[in-house]
Write a protein that binds this ligand. Structure first.
Ligand code: DOR
Ligand code: ZN
Length: 418
């Protein structure tokens, strides 16, 4: 059933165009000035149409922690936030560290109403599973503390993982980012080549890549980017590190505590500078829901939800001239698709999947806990008035979110090139 989105505003190279978009068989069939025939017409009323966001860092909590979130509630929150694809993290119970658990998770994720992919977790002794795992986005290594016991500290094991995985995501903090980069280099070079000039030379030969999750400070950004293997490295930042500082802990307490933690105003500035300088490749939520009651305990868990607030925060930042729409599209749609080699997504182009978000740039509204669809139903941004909100989300050509209403149409697992 072809659908025509009429009166769309789309952004191509910083310029805004008015176009109609024809969707056929779940794909973008035409982007045109004409009015091709369709069974259904949606008047977009000159709102902005972006490729659906690809959130590369989401903790959906299923299996084992479904009191916090599950694939249905989490994907509803994603749809409301304009996110049409997410990559799930492995620190569930059991963790996604064997192929059997991965296959089980695949079945559970069929509930999702947005598209999804999986990151596979590394342990001290699961290299053979890492090698066998099919259709995963990346392998994740926790070099620092996280929810669940997933820390891998043995450098020789980490080297083996770097060698076995084409793309590794590291959760490393502070100096551990530098350590990770050093180990990565050493994984691919013999002792004879440790000097810097040879590292640069060898960097051209290394095919594997390293993605640094949630860089949170000026120092971490420097460790991630000032090194001889820049070409092999990509860097991610979260909305909470871009829009909050450690001062927020004074008012929000545990509700502003996550790993890595919030840093200073100066660090926040450095991250924004990194966005403008092209040092940062991806913005991802690190959606890490925990119940209010859990956050109120003395030994509260770390993490904050983010699926429903990332795009509004970024559109609000656009409205106050802090970021361009082109940058938002690069960091939230195009680069995640490229880095994780997700097929057919991330771009508003004919032939690509019809994963789209319609946003009203003039809509002004406060973040309200009561409006949230995440099972945890709170946000560290509660009360913040933002200008620019997603209003309609389309996944595989189906409207799954429209002005507060969710439609439960199941989505698909993504596929990767190579
Ligand atoms: O704050 C965090 N929460 N950091 C992590 O590394 C894990 C996450 C979670 O799963 O709760
Ligand atoms: Zn995380």
């Amino acid at each position: 059933m072809p659908i025509l989105l009429k009166n769309c505003r789309i952004v191509v190279n910083e310029k805004v165009y008015s176009k109609n978009i024809l969707i056929k068989n779940g794909k973008i069939s035409k982007i045109t000035n004409k009015e091709p025939k369709a069974d259904k017409i949606i008047d977009v009323k000159n709102n902005l149409v972006l490729p659906g966001l690809i959130d590369a860092h989401v903790h959906m909590r299923e299996p084992g922690l479904t009191h916090k979130e599950d694939f249905l509630t989490g994907s509803m929150a994603a749809a409301k936030g304009g996110i049409t694809t997410f990559l799930d993290m492995p620190n569930t119970i059991p963790p996604t560290t064997t192929t059997a658990v991965l296959e089980e998770k695949r079945k559970l994720a069929k509930k999702s109403i947005v598209n999804y992919g999986f990151n596979f977790g590394a342990t001290l002794n699961n290299i053979s599973d890492i090698k066998k795992a099919k259709n995963v986005a990346a392998v994740k290594i926790y070099m620092d503390m996280t929810t669940g016991a997933m820390k891998v500290e043995d450098y020789d094991t980490i080297k083996e993982i770097f060698k076995a995985s084409k793309l590794t995501i590291i959760h490393a903090e502070d100096i551990n980012i530098k350590n990770a980069v050093d180990i990565f280099i050493k994984s691919f070079m013999s002792k004879a080549h440790v000097e810097l000039k040879n590292q640069k030379f060898l960097s051209n030969k290394i095919k594997n890549r390293l993605h640094v999750a949630h860089v949170s400070s000026e120092k971490e950004l420097r460790y991630a980017k000032n090194n001889p293997i820049k070409k092999q490295m990509t860097v991610e930042v979260t909305p909470h590190h871009l829009f909050m500082t450690e001062k927020d802990i004074q008012t929000l307490g545990a509700f502003a505590e996550m790993k890595p933690g919030l840093k200073t105003e100066q660090d926040k500035k450095a991250l924004w500078q990194g966005i403008h300088d092209g040092m940062i490749d991806v913005i991802a939520t690190d959606h890490a829901p925990h119940l209010k009651e859990e956050k109120e305990m003395a030994n509260y868990p770390f993490g904050v939800p983010g699926l429903e607030t990332m795009l509004p925060l970024l559109l609000d930042a656009f409205n106050s001239n802090k970021i361009s729409l082109k940058k938002i599209m690069q960091l939230c749609c195009e680069n995640p698709a490229k880095i994780f080699k997700i097929k057919n997504k991330g771009f508003l182009k004919e032939g690509y999947d019809a994963d789209l978000v319609i946003a009203d740039l003039d809509k002004r509204q406060a973040v309200r806990n009561d409006d949230l669809l995440t099972k945890c139903r709170w946000s560290p941004f509660e009360g913040k008035i933002l200008k620019g909100w997603p209003v309609t989300t389309i996944v595989n050509g189906n409207v799954v979110y429209d002005n507060g209403e969710i439609k439960d149409i199941k989505a698909k697992e993504v596929q990767y090139a190579g």
